[in-house]
Design a protein around this ligand. Structure first.
Ligand SMILES: Nc1nc2c(ncn2[C@@H]2O[C@H](COP(=O)(O)OP(=O)(O)O)[C@@H](O)[C@H]2O)c(=O)[nH]1
Ligand SMILES: [Mg+2]
Length: 448
């Protein structure tokens, strides 16, 4: 997700040849500046960042390590502004969140993503409230989203008054012991008084613990200006940057917190419900410097797979018993983690892999569709024990999945190899083997 930015940083860093002289520092700073501007980071932000890195490096003594330390430290200072990080639960439930933003910024989608995140990764009971009564299709849109992620929705289409809808929703939330209430509100194409008045009255009724402002990354610096206005008029506690997947340069994520002086809390990078990332300044700094984010990855996977399940799976892999049922289960879990690209970007040293996987879509990959079709034609016993698959069974599978037998053989062989490989990697040196393999593959591979 931060590939372009990470590339800019790591490339700038790679080019830096330090001897202990100030000329080298100047060159390094120039390289960094160029990279940041190219990534669309606001010029004022760049100027400040470069200035601080220069001062800090000189203070510590000019050298590559000092430079990198100063950069890391300064980046962190830039991203970390006063306020909460990630999702913060109120001391007494329900935690009430008011979503705000312009029309089309991604409020409703982001409300769904947050609900999904809280349900899947934080295991909370979430109520979404449809308080956008301006647009006709708004309630229906939220109905579809919440149905798909199996989260409860409070709606009253007969009402035209968001204030009364919100107050009944909150009553219900308290009675039914919801942990979190997410209120989706109406937006406008531009800021106007009517919208702000409506938002203010909803806010005064809901008394939210936090107000999130959803900013469309594609609108660049405009998003920042609008965020400023929302901050002045209704007060905002966090920014969520949406449509980051469409912003190829990505620089707005670096400047937004310090420019609006409100922490960036989440980033939305895709239309799917799993495409939401928690924005934690220290972790992002590591990623930007090419160091990965193991902590973030662990958190993500922990929410999706419980520990028992993970242990059972590891045991199976170690014994070489990984079968097709496990495979299907894994595929479903993986989907909940979000895009392959974002997962890879969190693993140290795999930033490049993440680009190779940019267009890999778990649902629509031909390879995975083929495997699913094949598994769909297997009996339960065959799924548990792929060794049962003799020639006549393979023939049956080919017919069932509408494939020719050569393809069936090929897929089965691939699966067997993958299972062997997994067994190998599950050993003590596993992670290291995997990294070696990946670095050999880097650049050479285009996964299908
Ligand atoms: N690619 C992409 N599209 C998004 C993202 N967030 C929202 N969208 C799309 O942006 C459009 C407007 O989103 P919506 O949630 O209805 O905006 P709202 O008017 O603020 O509620 C929809 O087509 C969404 O699918 C994102 O992170 N990435
Ligand atoms: Mg909406």
């Amino acid at each position: 997700m931060f590939d372009t930015l990470t590339d800019s940083f790591t490339n700038a860093i790679k080019k830096i040849r330090f001897r202990d002289d100030e000329k080298a520092l100047k060159r390094a700073l120039a390289e960094l500046k160029k990279a940041l501007l190219k990534a669309d980071v606001h010029h004022k932000v760049v100027k400040e960042l470069i200035g601080t890195v220069e001062i800090e490096t000189k203070k510590a003594g000019v050298g590559k390590d000092q430079f990198l330390d100063a950069l890391k430290h300064t980046l962190y200072g830039l991203l970390k502004v006063d306020g909460n990080q990630g999702f913060v639960f109120a001391s007494s439930p329900p935690t009430v969140i008011l979503m705000s933003g312009l029309q089309g910024s991604g409020k409703t989608t982001t409300t769904g993503k947050l609900a999904y995140y809280l349900k899947e990764q934080k295991k909370r009971k979430v109520l979404v409230v449809a308080a956008d009564l301006q647009r006709l299709a708004a309630v229906e849109q939220l109905r579809q989203i919440t149905a798909a992620i199996e989260v409860d929705l409070y709606e009253d289409e007969s009402s035209k008054d968001p204030v009364s809808v919100v107050s009944s929703a909150l009553e219900m939330a308290k009675k039914s012991l919801y942990d979190v209430v997410l209120i989706d509100t109406a937006g406008r194409l531009a800021i106007d008084d009517e919208l702000m008045d409506e938002l203010q009255s909803v806010r005064d009724t809901a008394k939210p613990d936090e107000i999130f402002y959803v900013a469309d990354a594609l609108t660049g610096q405009d998003a920042l200006r609008t965020a400023q206005s929302f901050k002045e008029k209704i007060g905002i506690d966090g920014v969520i940057l949406s449509k980051y997947d469409g912003d190829s340069k990505g620089g707005v994520a670096l400047g937004i917190a310090s420019q609006v002086n409100v922490p960036l809390r989440f980033i939305g990078a895709g239309e799917k419900m799993a495409d939401l990332e928690v924005f934690m300044p220290d972790r992002i700094v590591n990623r930007l410097m090419g160091l990965g984010d193991i902590e973030g990855l662990a958190e993500k996977t922990a929410g999706i797979m419980d520990e028992k399940q993970a242990k059972k799976l590891t045991q199976k892999i170690k014994k070489g018993q990984f079968n097709f049922n496990d495979f299907l289960e894994q595929m479903e879990s993986m989907k909940k983690l979000g895009s392959m690209q974002s997962i890879m970007g969190m693993i140290p040293g795999m930033g490049n892999m993440s680009k190779a996987l940019k267009d890999f879509d778990m649902d629509n990959s031909d390879e995975i569709k083929t495997i699913k079709a094949l598994v769909g034609s297997m009996t339960h016993k065959e799924r548990e024990n792929p060794d049962l698959l003799n020639n006549s069974r393979k023939k049956r599978l080919a017919r069932g999945a509408g494939m020719d037998q050569m393809d069936v053989n090929r897929v089965l062989k691939q699966f067997k190899n993958a299972s062997k490989m997994a067994k190998k990697f599950s050993g003590k040196k596993g992670m290291q083997d995997m990294q070696n393999l990946m670095s050999q593959m880097q650049g050479a591979s285009h996964p299908r």
